[in-house]
Design a protein around this ligand. Structure first.
Ligand code: ZN
Ligand code: ZN
Length: 456
């Protein structure tokens, strides 16, 4: 689906009799190799062999959210060894959160990168967060290297952000003021997957809700009329939600499970509980949808006489990508994509796709970047301009994508690591653009305000 602009421009002379090729302003910009690309690329290549064992260690010793102690130690030890960086371990009251700052001492923009570290229960790094860590680490180091090389003003901040998988480490960092304390202007991160490369990832808004019903026990055969059935209330709510699903939008997702379904068949169930997850394309739509789900919860209570209690457990906002940052990323990323591919093979030994050039048509790019998944980077994107480019790695055995053990296997390969370094170069290029192009940061912020108000 991605449009390859170089192929487009190559074919144009055949249809132009005067040998005069008309290209748009955008294509002209895109085909020019960005000024700092070689410096960034050479620097990241020069540290690749230092980063590989770090990437491998995080991958091979998977740790759950807020328990990323090996990753925390390994990453901060490396950053402490880097000249010019100030590192804070166990930052903002979280054992595995950390901050590394590179400050030129001269006033300029402050660019930041987020490092994810957590894995999934039983299936290891099946979301490839070791690769996210590598891309952000390499991207931040390359940006600082450029600042030093050309004596440029500004700051680079690298945040170790725990527990993306349901723990919301970035939300806790935001709430603790971590991004404000450092005067951060933009946030950069990436995410691996199996469906093509894109700059403009848009994840869904998400909320996890616990619902509990409180009824009254009674002998279910002898005196059922004395009881109030909490399980019936929950089943009524569940069925109400199943009916609601017929009238939802294609991007709405509602899932639920019963965690407490009563004690014995011969006791009227005094307590029942479940967990429900609701997702929608935007924060505004999520709020509407949650209102309808709440109506179903109330319906269960009304139908049975049980009392209902609803607890909002965790919520992630949708990730709204910043188009100007995305444009910079594509300018740096696309020239690095080899025309002949990189020889990638999937877990079954078949030739694998990618890496792919990203479409310069941003509507196409954003359509490609639509994901039903959610991330706490969404909350970051609602607080400041952000991009989270998606990058393709070969699927694991059986063609598996994220949250499958096959994907964890793929995330540990050298090829996946090398693809994450290409992403690092794109992210560093984006950061360097913000630090060096006059007026770009103001435009990025204007675009962010527009997108937060629901328009472009
Ligand atoms: Zn995940
Ligand atoms: Zn993930």
């Amino acid at each position: 689906m991605a449009t390859d602009s170089s192929t487009q421009t190559e074919t144009l002379p055949e249809i132009d009799e005067d040998d005069f090729v008309i290209i748009t302003h955008q294509e002209a910009n895109a085909s020019r190799r960005p000024r700092f690309l070689n410096d960034i690329s050479d620097y990241i290549d020069s540290v690749a062999e230092e980063l590989w064992p770090i990437n491998k260690k995080i991958h091979d010793r998977p740790e759950l959210g807020y328990g990323e102690v090996i990753a925390h130690y390994t990453l901060t030890a490396y950053m402490k060894s880097q000249p010019g960086w100030t590192v804070t371990r166990s930052a903002y009251g979280m054992k595995t959160a950390w901050v590394a700052v590179y400050d030129t001492g001269r006033r300029g923009p402050c660019v930041s990168f987020n490092v994810e570290m957590d894995a999934l229960p039983a299936i290891g790094h099946a979301c490839g967060h070791n690769l996210i860590a590598t891309a952000s680490l390499a991207g931040a180091l390359a940006t600082a290297h450029l600042l030093s090389l050309y004596s440029l003003p500004g700051r680079v901040v690298l945040f170790g952000t725990p527990a993306e998988e349901g723990g919301g480490g970035k939300i806790r960092l935001l709430a603790a003021g971590a991004y404000k304390d450092h005067g951060v202007d933009i946030s950069l991160i990436s995410h691996p997957g199996t469906i093509g490369d894109c700059a403009l990832t848009h994840t869904t808004a998400y909320i996890r809700i616990k619902v509990e019903y409180f009824g009254r026990e009674a002998h279910a055969a002898a005196e059922p009329w004395l009881g109030v059935n909490a399980l019936d209330a929950l089943i009524t709510a569940y069925n109400g939600i199943s009916v609601l699903r017929q009238q939802t939008m294609p991007s709405d997702i509602i899932q639920g499970h019963i965690t407490d379904g009563g004690a014995r068949p011969n006791i009227i169930h005094a307590y029942a509980a479940g967990i429900f997850v609701v997702r929608a394309a935007t924060q505004r739509r999520l709020e509407d949808l949650v209102g309808k789900v709440m109506g179903c919860f109330d319906a269960g209570a009304m139908a049975t006489g049980a009392k209902v209690k609803v607890t909002r457990l965790m919520a992630y906002k949708d990730h709204v990508p910043n188009r100007l940052l995305g444009r910079s990323y594509v300018r740096y990323f696309n020239p690095l994509v080899p025309e002949e591919g990189d020889g990638g093979r999937d877990g079954d030994g078949n030739e694998a796709g990618g890496p792919h050039k990203i479409s310069e048509d941003q509507d196409v790019d954003e359509m490609r970047g639509q994901s039903g998944a959610s991330s706490d980077q969404g909350d970051i994107a609602h607080a400041m301009p952000s991009i989270m480019p998606g990058f393709e790695i070969p699927p694991g055995p059986g063609g598996a994508g994220p949250h499958n053990p096959g994907f964890a296997e793929s995330a540990g390969t050298r090829l996946a690591f090398e693809r994450s370094l290409r992403v690092a170069k794109g992210l560093a290029g984006t950061a360097v653009d913000v630090l060096t192009v006059d007026g770009l940061l103001e435009e990025v912020k204007k675009e962010w305000k527009r997108s937060m108000n629901g328009g472009r």
